[in-house]
Design a protein around this ligand. Structure first.
Ligand code: ATP
Length: 290
């Protein structure tokens, strides 16, 4: 089974600064690092590290070749990653001495994905494969609808949260993953409880408390505890969790077992600094003692 991920690919440019610049101020940074980021790329890396077969659908700009190479090095199939004119999606992240940050995000190529190429790529998917997307690219509802019609299991990670984006993909979903703040925002926007969304499976992540899984059929709410860890850096915890969850399902694990492994993987990630590069492998997750 393959996971088809229509997802963002971003370059994270992280500038160390003495303080967050104030309006009108010019400030010299004391450090610069560049990393692979974007919710989509992180999820593809997580699923690939979990041992799943992952085909990434998305786009980078003229400056994005190194990001495709990084994804491929993690084992992600990038045959359907488009090269577009203009800049890749990127984030300018300024971090001050206390760890406070300010982020400017440019979606770039992520919002300039060519529809026909995505359509053709998805024609290569087989019934029983999984499809996932998040709210950082173009074509979310179109691709989700096509995937559903082809018999794929369709998942959506509702981040960055936008109620309208969820509304647009909701009819095509088998699985929705969101954190508890997003869950509350969605309930308010739709004036409906999570239990009555009409989506077969909803997973609400609860940070250090683990996650809840709600089955629409029976209305049952199951809880999975997260292992206790000392949190060093929670960046990418949600992406690691979702990537591992989908990988587990694609590898034939039952939901409960897939959730268990996902919480273990996310806990390991939280104990390490960094994003994509800090996502643990399946072997590390298996060996981990908490
Ligand atoms: P982020 O935006 O930081 O990537 P999120 O807001 O999407 O995360 P969270 O609910 O904070 O989602 O975290 C996702 C999952 O990561 C949780 O369900 C849990 O399994 C794991 N996790 C997050 N924080 C911790 C923690 N402090 N200790 C252990 N596990 C954690």
């Amino acid at each position: 089974m393959t996971i088809w991920n229509l997802g963002s690919i971003n370059a994270d440019h992280v500038y160390a600064v003495p303080h967050i610049p104030t309006p009108g101020e010019t400030l010299a940074a004391t450090g610069l690092s560049r990393g692979l980021g974007g919710k989509g790329a992180n999820m593809s890396v997580a699923a690939a590290r979990a041992g799943a077969r992952v085909a990434h659908l998305g786009a980078v700009g003229e400056d994005g070749g190194w990001m495709v190479e990084r994804l491929e090095a993690y084992g992600v199939d990038c045959a359907h990653v488009q090269r577009r004119g203009g800049p890749s999606g990127h984030a300018i992240i300024t971090v001050d001495a206390k760890g406070e940050n300010a982020i400017t995000l440019w979606p770039g190529a992520n919002r300039d994905i060519e529809p026909e190429a995505v359509k053709q790529a998805l024609q290569g998917a087989a019934p029983g494969d999984l499809f996932v997307t998040q709210n950082e690219t173009a074509l979310q509802p179109e691709a989700a609808a096509q995937a559903r019609a082809k018999g794929l299991t369709v998942a959506y990670a509702a981040a960055p949260f936008d109620a309208e984006a969820v509304r647009a993909v909701r009819p095509h979903l088998d699985l929705l993953v969101l954190n508890e703040i997003e869950a509350r925002q969605l309930e308010q926007a739709l004036n409906s409880s999570i239990e009555s969304l009409g989506i077969a499976h909803v997973v609400v992540t609860l940070g250090a408390r683990g996650c809840d899984w709600i089955e629409a059929g029976s209305g049952t709410r199951h809880h999975v505890d997260a292992p206790r860890v000392e949190a060093v850096d929670t960046t990418g915890a949600g992406d690691t969790f979702t990537g591992y969850l989908l990988a587990g399902l694609s590898q034939g694990l039952a939901m409960e077992a897939a959730l268990n492994r996902a919480t273990r993987a996310a806990a390991l990630k939280v104990g390490r600094p960094g994003a994509a590069d800090a996502i643990p492998t399946a072997e590390e997750v298996e060996r981990a003692v908490f």
